[in-house]
Write a protein that binds this ligand. Structure first.
Ligand code: NAD
Ligand code: DAU
Length: 360
């Protein structure tokens, strides 16, 4: 039985990954979820697995050296899947320090603990693997409509968030190059799906549209992102963990580039299609809610992934077309409005007011 140490498992992608893995492998695997529960961590996401004998949650900060070392002393960890991070670009522009602490120093701490636990006089114990869940933002931005990010594209991050993720990637690379540490790095494009915190474009627009509130579009709305349904990302990570050669880097993307303004309009159209004719929330639902606001500082123009390497080496391809994924996502939010209410209360409400009312 393989034991997975999943960091950041109470966040958006981490909780989707844990749910996916426990559904796929059932009790053939054990999952230890380490998360310190920042504003973005929500144990409610994991309700359906919390009582399983092969699932355990530990409320621990990945920067806490003693606590992380103790996990590796207590459990025979086979795989580390490292999601835990400060993940929101806008927050990094306001407060970079926490991004360096968690994303850079936290990663170093995990690498060290895994190295201590896994290294022997004869090299690393067989079957061990560390996965650094990284982002396409490490490549910077593509200008114009042409071209893709490849694994060979030079790293050129712009925001404090992407700079911290790039720094973490370079630390992982240094462990592979220096110690032959068994790791892979995955670099994925924008994810969407259930449990995404509504500070990110898609759930923010769904939430505001349902309340008849303004839909803030940064700058011209022409910036492009490459959207991937979160379960497809989880499948790719599972495959890289099981099959990829140590040291390889894989880009993961949806082949689904869309301008932000297109995304906002698709959400409005899909909501109008899905809501019953007599639903009160249809009343204010129109393109009139779209409000162009001040642009993000240093806003990367376009991201687009060429997932050729992961297709050729491991046979992974995005499975969920956007037209299907966005319906699944909207349906999930419509069924889980109470989840949305709870996560947008308190601290997030203060952040939202600061971002969109008092100006950035
Ligand atoms: P998220 O913000 O939804 O979740 C992050 C989780 O990490 C939260 O549960 C939070 O409590 C936890 N966490 C934060 N700091 C921690 C710390 N110091 N110790 C322990 N736990 C801590 O993020 P997400 O969108 O699920 O992203 C997960 C990972 O995937 C990140 O590394 C991110 O860079 C990467 N990624 C995200 C996307 C995307 O579109 N969301 C795309 C590519 C890569
Ligand atoms: O590309 C992968 C990255 O995708 C991940 O590494 C990050 O963790 C994740 O947050 C995401 O980053 P983005 O900055 O691309 O995502 P976000 O949802 O914040 O914004 C998507 C686009 O929409 C971006 O061009 C900014 C724009 N935007 C965003 C918000 C929140 C708006 O126009 N209005 C908004 O209110």
């Amino acid at each position: 039985m393989k034991t997975y140490l999943v960091t950041g498992g109470a966040g958006f992608i981490g909780s989707n990954f844990i749910l996916y893995m426990l559904k796929k492998y059932k009790d053939a695997i054990k999952v230890i979820n380490v998360d310190c529960l920042t504003y973005a961590g929500n144990l409610e996401n994991l309700k359906e697995v919390e009582k399983l004998d092969n699932y355990k949650f530990l409320k621990i900060d990945i920067c806490d050296k003693e606590a992380i070392l103790e996990i590796f002393e207590t459990y025979d960890i086979d795989y580390v899947i490292h999601f835990a991070a400060e993940s929101h670009v806008d927050r990094s522009i306001r407060n970079p320090e926490v991004f360096v602490n968690t994303n850079v120093l936290g990663t170093l701490n995990l690498l060290n603990a895994a190295k201590i636990a896994w290294e022997t006089d004869e090299g690393f114990k067989p079957g061990k693997k560390y996965i650094q869940v990284s982002t396409d933002e490490v490549y910077g931005a593509l200008e114009g409509d042409e071209g893709y990010f490849y694994e060979t594209t030079p790293l050129d991050p712009h925001s404090p968030y992407s700079a911290s993720k790039t720094s973490a990637d370079l630390l992982v690379k240094s462990y592979v190059d220096t110690y032959q540490f068994p790791a892979n790095i995955t670099r994925c494009s924008n994810n969407y799906g259930p449990y995404q915190f509504p500070e990110k474009l898609i759930p923010l627009v769904i939430n505001n549209a349902l309340k008849g509130e303004k839909l803030p579009v940064y700058g011209t709305g022409k910036n492009v992102r490459d959207w991937l349904y979160v379960e497809d990302h989880c499948k790719a990570i599972d495959l890289v963990t099981e099959k990829a050669t140590v040291g390889e880097v894989y880009n993961i993307g949806g082949h689904n580039e869309k301008k932000n303004i297109e995304i906002v309009k698709i959400i409005i159209d899909t909501l109008l299609e899905m809501l019953p004719a007599d639903d009160e929330r249809r009343k204010h639902l129109s393109y009139d809610l779209i409000t162009y606001v001040e642009d993000r500082k240093g806003h990367d123009f376009r991201y687009a992934i060429a997932p050729d390497k992961i297709k050729n080496d491991l046979g992974w391809e995005p499975e969920t077309p956007f037209s299907k994924g966005i319906k699944l996502t909207i349906a999930w939010y419509l069924e889980n409005m109470d989840w949305m209410e709870r996560v947008t209360k308190g601290e997030y409400q203060k952040y939202y007011e600061m971002m969109y009312t008092t100006g950035k």
